[in-house]
Structures are given as C-alpha cells and as structure tokens.
Design a protein around this ligand. Structure first.
Ligand code: PHE
Length: 453
C-alpha cells in the first residue's frame, strides 16, 4: 500500500509565515526584553545578535535542510538519513525538549490570554503607575486557578489548531496576523520614544557596559538566540519537512532570521524606553512586559481601551503560532513513527504536556518556594530546555550535517530550488561555520557555563 501523501504548505509564502510565526512569539516580546533587562542590556543584546548571525542562521539552514531532505519528524529524519542510529537520539531530545518548552511557555501564553480578558473588562485601565501594575500582576498570579485556567485554555486552543493540520490550521492562522502585530509594535515604539526620559532606555539597550558580561550572560544570550529562532528541538526541521523541493531554503532562512530579530529589537525599544521613562526596574523578571505595557497604554489617547486589548490579543496569537510548532514536533513524531492518528496524538500528548506544565504555573503562587538547584519549576524548565537542550540539539544537528551526512549529500539537497546559488560565497561560509565555528562556540559556552572550562 502506498503511503498517504504527506501534507504540504500551500505556498512558499505560507511556509515563511508559518516558520516566522513559530520563531516570532513570546521569545521576542516577553522573554527578550526581560532577559536583556536582567543581563545588563546592550552588551547582552550585542552577544545575542552575534549568536543569531554566527550560530543561529547556519543551524536554521541545517535544520530546514534535514527536514526537507527526510520529509520526516526529527526522530524519523535521523532514522532515514543517518547511517548510525545513535543520531536518532538527537531527534528524540528535540521531542522531549518540545514537551518541556511548551509546558512553561503555556503559562506565559495563559498570562497574555488572561490580560486580554482584563483589558476587555476595563481592569487594565487602573494600571496607572508601575507600582499598581506590579501589584495587580502579582495579585492575579497569586490565584492558582487564574494561572492554571488560562494555561489550560492556551493549551486547548493550541491543540485545536494542530488537529486542523498544516495548511488549514497552522498556515491560515499565521498569514493574517503577523503584519498587524508589527504595526502595533511600531505604534508602541513611537509612544515609548516620545516619553520623557526615554533616552535612558535607548542607552540601556544600545550602549554596552562590557563589565556586566559573565559566562552566565553568554549562556543566556546563546539560549535566547536558539529559543527565539525555535532552533535546536526540530521545530524548524518539522516545518521544513512540509516544504517542497522547489523552494529556496537559504532565502527562507534569511527572511525568518531578519523578521524575528527585527521584532525582538522593536519589542526591546518599546519596552525599555517605557521602563526608564516610568522608572521601573529593567531587571524586574518575567512579569516585565505585563507590568510595563499597561502603564504606557494608559498614557496614550484611547490606549487603554483600544490598543491594550488589541496588543494582548495579537501577542496571544503570536504565542499560539509558536506553541503550535512545539506541539507539531511531538505530534509529527507520534503520527509518523507510531502510526497514531493526528487527532489522537494531539489529545493524548497535548494532555500530557498540559499536566507537565502545572508545576510551572504553580511556581508563581502555591509552589513559589519549592526550588530545585535554587530555581522554581518554571525557571528550571526554562533554563534546562532553552539554555542547555536547545544549544545541545543545535550542536548535534550541525555535527550531523557537517561531519556525518556529508557535503556530497547536503549540498545537492541545499541546491534544490536554489540552483543559481550553488557556488555562492555564503555556501562556503556556511560550511565553515557549521563544521567548525558552530560546534566549537556552543561547546565552549556550555562547558564554560557548567564551570568545566
Ligand atoms: N521561538 C518561539 C518564540 O520566540 C519559541 C519556540 C521555541 C518555538 C522552540 C518553537 C520551538 O516565542
């Protein structure tokens, strides 16, 4: 019996938007500003940008390439392409990473959904000062039902879209809404930059203080680069597996990286101008945007009534287009390798991931004092998955393409849909980066961070 034809993206544009939708999410708007804030600003931003260009882009190309060449989920991809079955472990780590990331990601996705409701009820209008905004954020989080309830809702919507499949679910959803988010961020920047005292925020974001940099900061920056580009766990591999041979992987990858980085910088601009103008602490932690933005919205004409709900709706959608890609990795694995139906895989493993996420949700209330290695469940899940597993996954994917699969297979595959770039200079650069620079840098950062180097 012939295998059923694998689903494909409706168009190349659909793939780019879906992949950019995966990349652009809470990582850019929520995580980037708060992690940059905690790590001293500009110097961190600089290292992050370097990681994106030198490590992120080459690994992104490698991931999409493995996905398209194999037309499989991350585990199946290595089963099909690798001579040594041990490589399947790299794919399996991605599936496990997917469970961990979605489990804490959904907490923040739940916050954004919860804020949509707060905005619509008019409650955000009371967030007039940073102190009040902070208190209100803490008060909402003190109620475990609020956090877990919205987390579950966020999971529910993610699962519903993934059941819909590639073209109808994921692609259609992404296409429409990304451009609108872009416009709102632009409006927020204009407001932020014109607030009194905004220039301090600009200095924080762009003029580096190198003395603030430690091994931990560099690890954070590397982890952030992987997280924000959805790299290292096979999400881009899985999306690449729905791509056809007519598409040019290079140009897709460059567009994804540029869009994702642009949105992160825009979010940084919007947040830090405001943080400094209203006198908030840039190192305020994961609540940063939830405590900052409502205050700015209230300083704009109609801001609290129109922009606040619209912004949180769009951020929720940006978060969903990312969580969908995490769940898609898990589901593709169970569908391809275990022969499960899409629906069943979503219901079972979405449910498992949701249960796994509850300790992260409780980290902000009942279990705030429960710590492992000095971190709450939420912090630990984020740290282990984003800063360790993703870079490690990226390292393995790079090693696989450069050292095991071999250029004689990788390069003709890369040339499909991009014949005229066959001998372009950037292919030569990519080879050197992937073979030497990426593995060495990732290893040095990881070993350094655990204190071995
Ligand atoms: N890149 C997403 C974001 O920035 C998060 C993500 C990580 C998605 C890993 C998929 C895989 O929000």
């Amino acid at each position: 019996m012939a295998a059923p034809k694998r689903e494909r993206w409706g168009s190349r544009y659909g793939f780019i938007l879906a992949a950019a939708g995966s990349a652009i999410g809470l990582g850019n708007v929520w995580k980037f500003p708060y992690v940059a804030g905690e790590n001293g600003g500009a110097a961190f931003v600089f290292i992050y940008l370097l990681c994106v260009a030198v490590i992120g882009l080459p690994v992104l190309v490698a991931e999409i390439l493995i996905g398209r060449a194999s037309q499989k989920n991350p585990v199946g991809a290595f089963k099909k392409l690798a001579r040594n079955r041990a490589w399947m472990g790299a794919g399996a780590m991605g599936v496990v990473g997917g469970f961990i990331i979605i489990s804490f990601y959904a907490v923040v996705g739940g916050w954004t959904m919860g804020y949509v409701v707060e905005a619509l009820r008019g409650a955000l209008l009371d967030f007039n000062s940073p102190e009040v905004a902070e208190q209100q954020f803490d008060a909402l989080n003190a109620n475990p039902w609020w956090v877990v309830g919205f987390q579950a809702l966020f999971f529910g919507v993610t699962m519903a879209v993934v059941i819909g499949g590639i073209k109808n679910g994921i692609e259609r959803f992404s296409k429409l809404l990304m451009p609108v988010l872009f416009v709102i961020l632009a409006v927020l920047i204009v407001r932020g930059v014109t607030l009194e005292g905004a220039s301090e925020g600009l200095a924080f974001l762009f003029s580096p203080n190198w003395s603030a940099i430690t091994a931990g900061t560099v690890l954070e920056a590397l982890g952030q680069a992987f997280f924000t580009l959805s790299l290292g766990m096979g999400a881009m591999m899985t999306y690449g597996s729905y791509l056809s041979d007519r598409d040019n992987i290079w140009s897709c990858a460059v567009q994804i990286v540029v869009l994702d980085t642009l949105i992160a910088i825009m979010a940084g601009l919007a947040i830090f101008t405001t943080v400094f103008a209203v006198g908030l602490d840039p190192a305020g932690g994961p609540g940063l945007i939830f405590q900052t933005l409502p205050v700015v919205f209230n300083r704009m004409p109609w801001g609290g009534l129109i922009f606040a709900p619209l912004f949180f709706v769009l951020l929720t959608i940006a978060a969903l287009t990312s969580s969908i890609s995490m769940l898609e990795v898990i589901v593709a694995y169970f569908v391809d390798e275990m022969g499960m139906s899409r629906r069943k895989a979503v219901l079972i493993f979405g449910g498992v991931a949701m249960a796994l996420g509850v300790p992260s949700a409780l980290s902000f209330n009942l279990w705030s004092e429960v710590k492992l290695f000095g971190k709450t469940f939420f912090q630990l899940a984020d740290f282990v998955a984003s800063n360790i597993m993703l870079p490690l996954g990226g390292l393995l994917f790079a090693l696989f393409v450069a050292w095991s699969w071999g250029w004689n297979r990788a390069l003709p595959e890369l040339a499909k849909g991009a014949e005229r770039y066959r001998h372009a200079w950037f292919i030569a650069v990519w080879k050197v980066l992937l073979k030497f620079v990426v593995p060495v840098l990732i290893l040095v950062v990881l070993l350094n961070a655990i204190g071995v180097l």
